[in-house]
Design a protein around this ligand. Structure first.
Ligand SMILES: Cc1cc2nc3c(=O)[nH]c(=O)nc-3n(C[C@H](O)[C@H](O)[C@H](O)COP(=O)(O)OP(=O)(O)OC[C@H]3O[C@@H](n4cnc5c(N)ncnc54)[C@H](O)[C@@H]3O)c2cc1C
Ligand SMILES: *[C@@H]1O[C@H](CO)[C@@H](O)[C@H](O)[C@H]1NC(C)=O
Ligand SMILES: *[C@@H]1O[C@H](CO)[C@@H](O)[C@H](O)[C@H]1NC(C)=O
Ligand SMILES: *[C@@H]1O[C@H](CO)[C@@H](O)[C@H](O)[C@H]1NC(C)=O
Ligand SMILES: *[C@@H]1O[C@H](CO)[C@@H](O)[C@H](O)[C@H]1NC(C)=O
Ligand SMILES: *[C@@H]1O[C@H](CO)[C@@H](O)[C@H](O)[C@H]1NC(C)=O
Ligand SMILES: *[C@@H]1O[C@H](CO)[C@@H](O)[C@H](O)[C@H]1NC(C)=O
Length: 550
């Protein structure tokens, strides 16, 4: 497997330069140099925190740290490094121009026709709604704007360094004390030069997302298959969904879409109407995207110079393109060799949570972590390193905010966390419960499998813990409101309702006067009732569960 992150990073030139505008990160302040890494310049700094990433997770982490009582965070220095030109993470499209090709990766998997597959009120941070008039299932640009608005509204931008790539983070110290030596490359300045900043931080919050490093399966025979030429047909291709942009690229082609996750389904729905024929290759037990006109196929066995052979022995000779909706790997290159030795990445590791001497990613699961957040390893204290945004199959903005509060309060007072032994015990119990349900926790990874209920309970438990320990007021309420639970559980019903609203061109009627969180919740309840009544009378009209953007 090509180590994509390293390939990309190895292209960066190294230039040492003093960051005049930002004395905090001035690497040439030798009076405060520590093994070449500058300490915070302001001697009154009591705690320094680096957050990596300004997608949904990083913004939530920053906001929740700033929400701590002023007396608690007095003297704290918080910097968020974001490698891209703006905030928003996956919702910020690639810059204009041709897409990179392997081994280089696009900045985002976003494609122009992306509309959310969940109603936007379920994708909000607490008490920060989308603007009035926003379609219930908006296009990607509303999501990007939402994140930019959130950053502006809460004054986050002054803490954010755009065009700053964290390239390594190495702990210097032991299990109770020490600091991170962090190397950051700044780019995009007027003179186009790369700037290398090196400095220390007490805490590192990693919010780098998990839709960036494609999981690309390998099959025998792909090289010969790709090389095969056919008169009058386009060159064959095998492409991961991170490179997918427009269905027109597959017009009149014969395509095989591999997988049954969100990307594969959305691509099947978009490509099948324009393709000559679309097949969807599925594992046992998964079904093709409803509403997509695909021919289901089993898993691919291998390729030959002129055919694709499936596990049931069936053969396809006419295929032009194979589109891999095969998901992503959990990688954090700046924590790993050759940049640092904070984390091991090994898909074949024999480590387990209790035996790992070090933080480990098997590409599906980063372990051992306390509640998918804090590392429980012998090398450094748990609050030294936190992840925000790892859980999968969850409405992530509210989850990011809950995780952010948990991180902020634990950084403020590490005694809030259980002992390392207790945290490990809790993790082993969690892994045992998964095994008892027939799952391998090292394959399940950060997926919250119990459906929306488990995902909502996870967030409630984080906040409950903080209330129980007296750092959040106990208002007697659950963190995840009932309307969020209902709208996630009924998001397919709401999608069918909204599809009908659009067919009737009644968007303006339904959206009139809807502005506050309570009004959005009420709109969704009304829509669900309206749709249920209609379906009782007319039956359920099959609907793909994804919207075609115009
Ligand atoms: C195509 C697609 C469609 C989706 N649709 C939905 C949907 O309809 N509904 C839903 O609920 N969820 C959806 N999701 C889930 C979505 O991933 C989350 O909603 C969320 O946006 C992820 O946020 P994040 O902050 O965890 O990660 P990201 O958005 O990936 O942000 C991570 C940020 O970290 C930065 N970064 C990474 N490495 C470094 C580094 N070394 N130095 C500096 N910065 C770095 C990146 O540039 C990026 O900006 C979708 C995801 C994808 C990919
Ligand atoms: C929610 O947001 C509104 C509008 O910004 C604000 O007036 C209100 O105080 C907020 N409520 C809470 C509980 O934060
Ligand atoms: C970031 O870099 C881009 C070019 O890649 C540049 O256009 C933009 O102005 C830079 N932004 C900042 C804040 O430096
Ligand atoms: C791939 O091909 C090689 C050589 O032809 C063979 O030994 C191997 O078993 C094949 N692997 C799979 C998974 O089919
Ligand atoms: C579609 O492809 C077929 C098979 O190669 C070809 O015969 C046909 O002319 C194509 N149609 C269009 C509209 O390009
Ligand atoms: C998949 O299903 C087929 C037939 O339905 C069966 O023969 C095969 O063993 C199954 N494979 C797995 C991995 O479950
Ligand atoms: C830190 O948390 C512990 C455990 O909840 C508590 O006993 C202690 O008083 C807290 N310390 C401070 C300074 O708040």
């Amino acid at each position: 497997m090509v180590h994509l992150g390293q390939l990309v990073l190895s292209l960066l030139p190294l230039v040492f330069w003093s960051d005049q505008q930002n004395p905090i990160t001035n690497p040439l302040d030798t009076s405060r140099l520590h093994n070449g890494f500058a300490r915070p310049v302001d001697v009154t700094t009591t705690k320094s925190i680096a957050i990596v990433g300004s997608g949904s997770g990083g913004l939530a982490a920053l906001k929740t740290i700033l929400d701590l009582p002023l007396e608690t965070r007095a003297g704290w220095e918080v910097i968020l490094y974001e490698q891209r030109r703006d905030v928003g993470g996956v919702w910020l499209p690639d810059p204009p121009g041709p897409l990179p090709t392997l081994p280089d990766l696009p900045e985002s998997p976003l494609y122009p026709r992306l509309r959310t597959n969940t109603p936007h009120p379920t994708m909000t941070y607490p008490n920060f709604t989308f603007p009035p008039g926003t379609s219930l299932f908006p296009q990607w640009d509303a999501l990007q704007q939402y994140h930019a608005d959130y950053a502006a509204h809460y004054g986050l931008n002054e803490y954010i360094r755009l065009n700053h790539t964290v390239v390594s983070a190495q702990w210097h110290g032991h299990d109770e004390d020490g600091d991170w030596h962090i190397e950051v490359h700044a780019h995009g300045g007027d003179d186009g030069r790369e700037v290398v900043l090196k400095r220390t931080f007490d805490h590192l919050v990693v919010a780098t997302g998990h839709n960036h490093y494609p999981n690309i399966p390998t099959w025998n025979g792909t090289v010969a298959w790709l090389a095969g030429t056919r008169p009058g047909r386009p060159a064959r291709q095998i492409e991961h969904s991170i490179y997918y942009r427009n269905p027109e690229a597959y017009a009149n082609q014969s395509v095989v879409i591999v997988g049954a996750g969100a990307s594969a389904r959305d691509i099947a729905i978009q490509v099948s109407p324009v393709a000559r024929v679309a097949y969807q290759s599925l594992s046992n037990g998964s079904s093709p995207a409803p509403g997509a006109t695909v021919v289901p196929k089993p898993r691919i066995s291998h390729f030959t110079h002129d055919a694709i052979i499936f596990e049931d022995g069936s053969v396809l000779r006419d295929v032009d393109a194979v589109l891999l909706g095969t998901g992503y790997e959990f990688r954090v290159p700046f924590l790993c060799s050759p940049h640092a030795s904070t984390m091991d990445t090994d898909p074949y590791t024999h480590s387990t949570s209790p035996t790992a001497g070090k933080l480990t990613s098997n590409l599906r699961y980063i372990f051992p972590l306390h509640r998918h957040i804090f590392s429980i390893v012998p090398n450094f204290p748990p609050t030294a390193l936190a992840f925000v945004g790892l859980p999968v199959l969850i409405a992530n903005a509210p989850s990011d905010a809950a995780q952010g509060m948990f991180v902020a309060h634990a950084i403020a007072n590490a005694s809030l966390l259980p002992s390392q032994d207790e945290m490990m015990q809790e993790l082993l119990e969690h892994e045992a419960i998964l095994r008892a349900r027939g799952y391998d926790p090292y394959r399940v990874g950060h997926r919250l499998l119990g459906g929306d209920t488990e995902a909502q309970d996870y967030q409630d438990q984080l906040v409950e813990y903080l209330k129980k320990h007296g750092v959040l007021p106990d208002d007697g309420k659950k963190y995840v409101e009932d309307w969020r639970r209902f709208a996630r559980l009924d998001s397919q019903l709401l999608a069918r309702a909204w599809k009908r609203v659009e067919q009737l061109r009644e968007e303006a009627y339904w959206l009139a006067g809807v502005a506050t969180e309570a009004e959005w919740a009420d709109l969704m309840y009304r829509l669900a009732d309206w749709q249920r009544d209609w379906e009782e009378e007319h039956g359920q009209v099959a609907f793909a569960g994804a919207f075609q953007a115009e």
